[in-house]
Design a protein around this ligand. Structure first.
Ligand code: AHR
Length: 343
């Protein structure tokens, strides 16, 4: 009898030990630097990304996915394929799943009030990432993390103005003004609206305002292909008149470079090219002398997002608006800077 009891005891101990081991493993694989929210319970975040339109966006997605892993946050990732309706559907599905927190990149500025009200009613906090939203009630989100598009547009004009003077550039058509063409981002997106606004405001406020003329401005939808197509049509319409290209992102500038070369012109020389983002592709183009400057827009927002989510769920106070740091990189620093670039 004693032998049977001892045997049963050791079987019980083995099963118990195995159970504890499995539990520890699950906790460590799920928690990374610690799940941290709601009394240590693993956090589930629903994240609605807009798609994969650019090199920048791919880096942004990777940053969010990696940061979630590192923070031990269970990420429910949804790709909206460039459609607001898909984002609204995704947010509704996160609400019905009962996720702990929702984060999303708003493809356009408006049209979010109803779905964010539904999230608020379900007591699910929302963090807005990268782009801005226009709402009738700002309490519908807890924080906005991203980039300052107005400042980016201003940096673009300021750089151009200084560069044209330093290089002693003259308008190609022999006239008195530099002709600028603009490739805009997604219509209705806060980034496209504000980059354009920042650029135009800086131009209007400059003592050199009369030296510049915006010849044409059209959307290239933040993609390389559309950037190339629209630049082709600009070149057909305005030929030798174009002095400067401002592309709202690097991908469109890279597409435009192909169009400029196909038209027999020298990108970066005949046409001064400045764009926004700071992806490796544009650094390479600058090294080859085909682009002149990029204004950084930092996509590596994942770690800040996860940190903010944990704070929100722990009931800590967070800043309502946080902008990440961004620099300006002209062609003469491209070679030295490229090896350090993370995206
Ligand atoms: O919202 C950020 C912008 O969206 C980036 O400039 C662009 O490359 C992206 O697609």
């Amino acid at each position: 009898m004693r032998k049977i009891l001892a045997l049963l005891m050791s079987v019980f101990m083995l099963v118990f030990a195995a159970g504890c081991g499995g539990g520890d493993q699950a906790a460590s694989s799920g928690s990374g630097s610690g799940s941290g929210g709601k009394g240590g319970k693993e956090i589930t975040m629903g994240f609605s990304q807009i798609g994969a339109e650019s090199e920048w966006r791919t880096a942004n997605t990777e940053s969010v996915k990696q940061a979630a892993k590192d923070a031990g946050i269970n990420l429910q990732f949804s790709d909206a394929q460039q459609k607001q309706e898909n984002q609204i559907k995704a947010i509704r599905s996160f609400i019905s799943q009962g996720v702990d927190i929702i984060a999303f990149v708003p493809i356009v500025e408006t049209g979010w009030d109803t779905v964010l009200k539904e999230a608020k009613d379900a007591k699910i906090p929302v963090i807005v990432v990268d782009r801005d939203v226009k709402l009738s009630d700002d309490s519908l989100y807890v924080a906005k993390l991203g980039t300052d598009s107005l400042a980016e547009g201003k940096k673009v004009f300021d750089w151009i103005d200084e560069y044209m003077k330093k290089q002693n550039k003259k308008p190609r058509d022999g006239g008195s003004q530099f002709n600028v063409v603009v490739l805009e981002g997604t219509v209705g997106s806060s980034v496209a609206i504000r980059r354009q606004e920042g650029f135009k405001n800086a131009m209007a406020a400059s003592p050199d305002a009369s030296k510049y003329n915006i010849l044409a401005s059209q959307t290239g939808e933040f993609t390389r292909q559309k950037g190339q197509e629209v630049m082709e049509s600009f070149l057909k319409s305005y030929g030798d008149k174009i002095d400067i290209l401002f592309a709202h992102n690097d991908d469109m500038a890279l597409g435009a470079i192909q169009a400029i070369e196909a038209a027999g012109l020298k990108p970066g020389k005949d046409i001064t090219i400045i764009s926004i983002d700071g992806v490796k592709g544009i650094f390479q183009a600058m090294i080859e002398g085909k682009a002149n400057c990029t204004v950084e827009c930092n996509p590596l927002q994942g770690p800040l997002l996860m940190e903010t989510a944990k704070k929100v769920l722990n009931g800590e106070k967070v800043e309502k608006l946080v902008y990440v740091d961004e620099g300006v990189f002209p062609a003469d620093v491209a070679e030295k800077t490229l090896p350090e670039r993370k995206y």
